[in-house]
Design a protein around this ligand. Structure first.
Ligand code: MLT
Length: 260
């Protein structure tokens, strides 16, 4: 059931270790729907909609990954949760790394899915600016059309067409304001690579072997740099391993939860 916190709408299920799951771009909490059900016997799952995505209201203007992390912390505070396992996929992972930098004492564990530690290159920043201009002029179709063909492992478009359709529906629900704010937050995010060796929290790094948006080498590099980490590379999965290979993704998370 969707509920209202101080700023973010969210879905919650299960009981036990709190597990906050932050969605990627340009999705919303529904991308975690499978985990909200399947992991509810293992954890108390909380999946927010970031501003301008899903059911949360639009952001006032440009934002930052730190601001997103702050809103996630406010949600934990609203729920009376002191320490949580914080996990994020792709942009959700960038926000998770901001959370690590800002609120390390509020962490019980970390899950970094389909993400990377580095900042955008100069070329990447230029690409974000171009996309922002395109979205302002023509709407979010610019992003959906550009990203949708790269989301899944190529074979999964034919083998799991319902996931491709579901993702398109989720993306189509994003607002222009939410998309523009997220693009600027990703463009301006700091380099988190220097943070990795200081992370004390147990960390699960999880990545699809066929991710065409962020290569698995990024996950390998993060797992190498984070002292107390484990790496799971998932076969036959692209950028959304939690949807494309749900049971393997869930198994990795479940095993990790039992260790934190
Ligand atoms: C995401 O999936 O969250 C984004 O593609 C990440 C990015 O654009 O850097």
């Amino acid at each position: 059931m969707a509920q209202k916190s101080s700023t973010l709408e969210f879905h919650e299920s299960g009981s036990g270790t709190p597990l906050l799951l932050i969605h990627g771009f340009p999705f919303h909490s529904q991308m975690w729907a499978r985990q909200l059900e399947s992991l509810s016997t293992d954890a108390r799952l909380i999946a927010p909609d970031l501003p301008g995505f899903g059911k949360t209201g639009k952001p006032a203007g440009e934002t930052t990954v730190d601001q997103y992390a702050k809103e996630c912390l406010a949600l934990l505070d609203t729920l009376g949760i002191d320490r949580a396992v914080v996990g994020g996929l792709s942009m959700g992972g960038y926000i998770t790394l901001a959370f690590v930098r800002l609120y390390p004492d509020r962490l019980r564990g970390l899950i970094l899915a389909s993400t990377k530690a580095g900042a955008d290159s100069a070329e990447g920043k230029g690409g974000r600016d171009k996309t922002i201009a395109g979205v302002k002029e023509k709407g979010i179709g610019v992003v959906v059309e550009g990203m949708h063909p790269k989301l899944l492992a190529p074979a999964n478009y034919a083998q799991q067409p319902s996931i491709a359709t579901e993702l398109k529906e989720i993306m189509d629900q994003s607002s222009v304001e939410g998309v523009v704010a997220a693009l600027s937050a990703m463009r301006d995010r700091p380099d988190s690579a220097p943070l990795l060796s200081t992370i004390k929290t147990p960390t699960l790094v999880i990545h699809g072997k066929e991710d065409a948006i962020i290569p698995p080498s990024e996950a390998e590099a993060m797992a190498k740099a984070i002292p107390n980490s484990e790496l799971r590379l998932i076969a036959n999965a692209g950028h959304l391993p939690n949807m494309e290979q749900q049971s393997e993704f869930d198994r990795a998370v479940r095993e990790f939860l039992h260790k934190v």
